[in-house]
Design a protein around this ligand. Structure first.
Ligand SMILES: Nc1ncnc2c1ncn2[C@@H]1O[C@H](COP(=O)(O)OP(=O)(O)OP(=O)(O)O)[C@@H](O)[C@H]1O
Ligand SMILES: [Mg+2]
Length: 214
């Protein structure tokens, strides 16, 4: 399965979600290729740090430009091909979506993040012209943990105006363990923060269910 994290917005947690999902699917015993399609190379750097740890490793590669053929080849060899792309419109983002099974767009619950939706529409429609089977979902991420905060509710109301982007029915919250784990090449799956771990595991299983019903 090819799973691509993308957005035309930077800093929304694409890389963080890509590497945490990779770690969770590895934990479950799946083989995982992690494709870093961002020249910044954050996901690939994380994989290199991870080699120092006694944990399961993804097959990590960096590939920019036209990545569709590489992804299709990796998809023959690995259970999951997880693709991270940069926070801007790019050839890797567009060519990845030409072969992806699932595209996930993380959104922070703020107006500036939601403002990118019209631009994303054009991108998604373009990809679907090539790739009928592409399923695209939005995911609220970096959401406040404070239950009294109204930003999540407001964002959900605004996102409901865009039915073309179906929202995954779970939320990733702003938790320090997501930041701390990266430094060591770890993920929240290997850390003590049970809440963060549960969030990633719920997301991972929802993605698997989506594929079963596709
Ligand atoms: N759920 C979270 N909780 C706390 N911090 C987070 C979370 N998700 C991401 N971060 C932090 O937010 C910052 C941006 O995350 P990340 O680099 O994953 O976003 P990105 O969308 O990949 O950004 P870019 O567009 O620059 O590639 C990082 O410092 C990361 O550690
Ligand atoms: Mg990134």
């Amino acid at each position: 399965m090819i799973l691509q994290l993308f957005s035309t917005k930077g800093g929304v947690s694409k890389t963080t979600i890509a590497i945490n999902l990779a770690a969770e699917y590895l934990r479950q015993g799946f083989s995982v290729a992690l494709v870093d399609g961002d020249r910044q190379g954050s996901a690939h750097t994380w994989s290199q740090r991870r080699e120092q740890l006694d944990v399961k490793q993804p097959h990590s590669i960096q590939k920019t430009g036209r990545i569709n053929k590489t992804l299709a080849e990796l998809n023959e060899q690995y259970d999951f091909v997880i693709v991270d792309t940069g926070g801007f419109d790019s050839q890797e983002m567009r060519t990845g979506l030409m072969v992806a099974d699932i595209g996930i767009i993380p959104f922070r619950p703020s107006q500036m993040d939601l403002d990118v939706i019209p631009r994303l529409y054009e991108l998604i429609e373009g990809a679907k012209d090539f790739n009928d089977g592409l399923q695209v979902y939005g995911l609220l991420s970096l959401a406040p943990t404070n239950v009294l905060n109204t930003e999540i509710k407001n964002a959900k109301q605004k996102l409901a105006d865009y039915p073309e982007i179906e929202m995954i029915n779970t939320i990733i919250r702003d938790r320090k363990s997501f930041r701390d784990s990266i430094e060591y090449g770890a993920s929240v799956i290997e850390m003590d923060d049970q809440k963060a771990k549960a969030e990633i595991q719920i997301l991972a299983s929802m993605i698997q269910k989506t594929m079963e019903t596709a």
